[in-house]
Design a protein around this ligand. Structure first.
Ligand code: SPV
Ligand code: MG
Length: 280
């Protein structure tokens, strides 16, 4: 499930999800910039650090193209491991990338050998054997067809990717079904059903898909909620009809784990009475 900052990451964990998708679209949108690598990779790392500190479940970073060539990508792995990020997904496009749903056909794909070198460099760099590198195939998005998608997925599997993310912008699951049938269970597959959202989860199970990413729904939920409340307060210049429609302040404190600080203060701070009492 998507998260884009410490708060949303904590909400995802609280709901019971087993993993977090640190979405490039959502993180950049939350910063008020486009999904075109306008936020620098170290700015993304800073956000991830808050997400990692706030949670204990695995975080998979949407690492775009790896922010450069193999050298940038392997340095990314080193920095992610230092922040206890569980894995990273890289996509076979060119830096600076554009979101797959914006004019996908016009976007050039990476050279297969160059992308395989990037995957190998990342796998060679990881220190933790559980760190995961996911290779995202954009051939269907770019309109290059099923054969190209299969060739790329197989090359990335052989290069050492731990899973393949096959992306589609079709409103039905047909091309994902075709891919899964031809792929025939060779390696774990991840999907992102943002556009084919009407597909029941059971169908993903039947096709043998390992992981489903709900990629941007916390971002979109928050946009809708913020626009509604901001507009209401602007129009009414009053909070009378607003209070019951927003989270309570106590809920904010709960998500910040304010109670932990109170307990720690009792343990570590000298009580003020004792301080003054000790003085002659
Ligand atoms: C993201 O969440 O940033 C993704 C998925 O990469 S998508 O927006 O569908 O390309
Ligand atoms: Mg992305």
């Amino acid at each position: 499930m998507e998260a884009h900052n410490g708060l949303s990451a904590r909400i995802v964990e609280g709901a019971g999800f087993q993993g977090i998708w640190a979405s490039g679209l959502a993180i950049s949108a939350a910063m008020g910039v486009r999904d075109n690598n306008e936020a620098s990779w170290t700015q993304v790392l800073d956000v991830l650090e808050f997400m990692s500190d706030a949670t204990s479940i695995p975080i998979l970073l949407d690492g775009d193209t790896g922010y450069g060539n193999f050298n940038n990508a392997r340095r990314l792995v080193k920095k992610l491991e230092q922040r206890q990020i569980a894995g990273v997904c890289i996509e076979d496009k060119l830096f600076p990338k554009t979101n797959s749903f914006i004019n996908g056909e016009a976007q050039p794909l990476a050279d297969i050998d160059e992308f395989c070198g990037k995957i190998k460099a990342m796998k060679d760099t990881q220190q933790d054997e559980d760190f995961t590198v996911v290779a995202r195939v954009e051939a269907l998005i770019a309109g290059w067809g099923l054969d190209e998608a299969l060739e790329r997925a197989e090359a990335y599997r052989q290069a050492g990717a731990d899973a393949i993310l096959i992306h589609s912008k079709k409103v039905n699951i047909a091309e994902i079904e075709d891919f899964m049938k031809a792929w025939n269970g060779r390696h774990p597959v991840i999907v992102v059903p943002t556009k084919y959202y009407t597909t029941p989860a059971q169908r993903f199970h039947e096709l043998g898909i390992s992981t489903v990413i709900w990629a941007n729904h916390n971002l979109r939920a928050s946009i809708e909620a913020m626009q509604r409340i901001t507009q209401k307060i602007f129009c009414e210049k009053s909070l009378i009809d607003v209070e019951s429609r927003v989270a309570t302040i106590d809920e904010v404190f709960l998500l910040q784990q304010a109670d932990e600080l109170q307990t720690a203060e009792e343990k570590y701070l000298p009580c003020s009475g004792k301080l003054t009492g000790d003085r002659p």
